[in-house]
Design a binder for this molecule. Structure first.
Ligand code: GAR
Length: 219
């Protein structure tokens, strides 16, 4: 069992959500905690690398502690990485949720939060993932290849790019006339906003076990 199992201790799972943009996945998490789809969980903080991210406004509106840690504000990547780690640690999280966080995660952070950091990726891994596949680019590539089914994946973060143990996936059909934008919207609505809250709920209730590069969902 993961040491993220909050259900055994009777305490809420404290999550930090990391964002870069619009924050629709953050909103799905906020809504999930509020409507009971996500149980035993509290959003301890939101961190963005981009001060203009609408995700920060969503956090503010919902009275969730939030801050921006931008690489632009520091002299070197090493200093930024240190500041990012400090910001995350200040919320004392049990789980870190990358919800559209488009910055390379410092290796020290990956090691510190091994099996305690998850990411939502807008494709069915191992298709259309890895370096250079993020945001709209994923959907452009899928349409260019002419696939008929796309989807989203929630996985633990390891030192590779989109290579960690897969927790949940959901498929979505490509429709005639889709553009990268229409496809992105459908993947968000039908897959991302469902499986990300669901994965957090499973972890908060001790139902995800990591076994090598795979996970087992316990009933
Ligand atoms: C989402 O589609 C998410 O899957 C993607 O960025 C978008 C963020 O949207 N993440 C990646 O591409 C990570 N490789 P949001 O800010 O509205 O949640």
């Amino acid at each position: 069992m993961l040491n993220t199992d909050a259900s055994e201790s009777g305490k809420n799972l404290r999550i930090v959500v990391m964002v870069s943009g619009g924050g629709t996945n953050l909103q799905a998490i906020i809504d999930g905690v509020r409507n009971g789809r996500i149980t035993n969980t509290e959003i301890a903080g939101v961190i963005s690398n981009n001060k203009n991210a609408y995700a920060l406004t969503r956090a503010e509106k919902n009275h969730i502690p939030n801050q921006c840690v931008s690489p632009k504000d520091y002299e070197s990547r090493d200093i930024f990485n240190e500041k990012l780690l400090e910001a995350v640690a200040s919320y004392e999280p049990d789980l870190i949720v990358l919800a559209g966080f488009l910055v390379v995660i410092p290796p020290a952070m990956i090691r510190k939060y091994e099996n305690r950091m998850i990411n939502i990726h807008p494709s069915l891994i191992p298709s259309f993932c890895g370096r250079g596949y993020y945001g709209l680019k994923v959907h452009e590539a899928a349409l260019e290849r002419g696939v008929k089914v796309v989807g989203a994946t929630v996985h633990f973060v390891d030192e590779g790019t989109d290579t960690g143990p897969i927790i949940l996936q959901k498929a979505v059909e490509v429709e005639p006339g889709d553009t990268p934008e229409t496809l992105q919207k459908r993947v968000m609505e039908q897959a991302e906003w469902k499986i990300l809250p669901q994965a957090i709920d499973l972890i908060a209730n001790g139902r995800v076990r990591v076994e090598g590069n795979q996970t087992k969902i316990l009933s």
